[in-house]
Design a protein around this ligand. Structure first.
Ligand SMILES: Nc1ncnc2c1ncn2[C@@H]1O[C@H](COP(=O)(O)OP(=O)(O)OP(=O)(O)O)[C@@H](O)[C@H]1O
Length: 271
């Protein structure tokens, strides 16, 4: 039985001053079962504003289950049972009175495989705002441009906005999915291995983009790539067999892990 170690250090700005960051998400004694399978065990973990948090761990350790819990996509899986609490901005997302639509507006998600809708580039980005009732063409044009610029795709697509999204490269499609997510002005972006299907150049672009996006958004990324976690994240959580083994500042976790199992994993001894 593993021990859940939750270490939280003060956030420090570039001048070395401690700064208080707002807690965006807090999981408290969270357990998830798929039928009889206990996939997440007593998770206690917080995520903070304007940070990138990486979730790492070997295949099957519960990373995807965890981020799917954060936007309640987990409820789409059959025979799921959840106990404990997840608060988003202070409210328990499993409260009966909590509207899942509101949560999904605030919390965007980018998946492993780019999944643009079978529509034009423009219509992909305008989709969410239209669902929210925005019909005015010039307002939509503005949102589309702003979102594509924020996703570092505008220059590449501004002359072909009405082409089919599937005509874009994989890396461009993934940035389009990020633009689609930004168009509804989320607060948090969940990313489930967003670069694992991409080449190194597209991966570098997405990583650079994430550094810009964290100025405005809180990002939680699941990644198998430990170099990527070390390069881009502020905090890292290491999951193993459904438990959080270690959580802390990325630099500290990679250079001086507290738990032997973290050390074994990051040094490639298993997983
Ligand atoms: N819908 C489901 N029904 C039953 N078991 C599931 C379901 N989804 C996941 N599991 C099981 O729960 C455990 C955690 O799965 P999860 O997908 O969260 O792991 P992961 O760490 O994201 O893995 P990977 O890195 O391979 O994507 C695994 O043992 C998996 O087989």
């Amino acid at each position: 039985m593993g021990v859940t170690v939750v270490m939280e250090r003060a956030n420090v700005n570039t001048l070395g001053e401690a700064v208080k960051k707002e807690t965006v998400y807090r999981a408290h004694q969270l357990n998830v079962w798929y039928g009889e399978h206990h996939a997440l065990k007593n998770i206690n973990l917080s995520f903070y504003e304007n940070e990138i948090t990486a979730i790492i761990g070997p295949s099957g350790c519960g990373k995807s289950t965890y981020i799917k819990t954060l936007n309640r996509m987990i409820e789409l899986s059959p025979n799921v049972r959840i106990t404990g609490e997840v608060t988003y901005r202070g409210r328990n997302i499993f409260d009966r009175s909590y509207h899942v639509e509101q949560l999904r507006t605030n919390v965007g998600m980018v998946f492993q495989k780019p999944n643009p809708f079978p529509k034009s580039i423009y219509d992909n980005v305008a989709y969410g705002p239209r669902i929210h009732g925005i019909r005015n063409k010039s307002v939509l044009d503005e949102i589309v441009e702003k979102s594509l610029r924020a996703a570092a795709l505008w220059d590449e697509v501004k002359d072909r906005l009405h082409e089919h999204a599937h005509a874009l490269s994989g890396g461009q499609q993934q940035r389009l999915c990020i633009a689609r997510c930004l168009a509804v002005e989320p607060d948090v972006i969940l990313m489930d291995e967003p670069t694992s299907a991409l080449d190194p150049i597209s991966t570098a672009k997405i990583e650079e983009l994430m550094q810009q996006l964290k100025e405005q958004y809180s990002i939680i990324i699941v990644t198998h790539n430990m170099q990527q976690a070390a390069r881009i994240s502020d905090k890292t959580a290491f999951f193993l067999n459904g438990e959080v083994i270690e959580y802390g500042d990325t630099q500290q976790l990679f250079s001086n892990p507290r738990d032997q199992r973290t050390e074994d994993y990051i040094s490639g001894r298993f997983g």
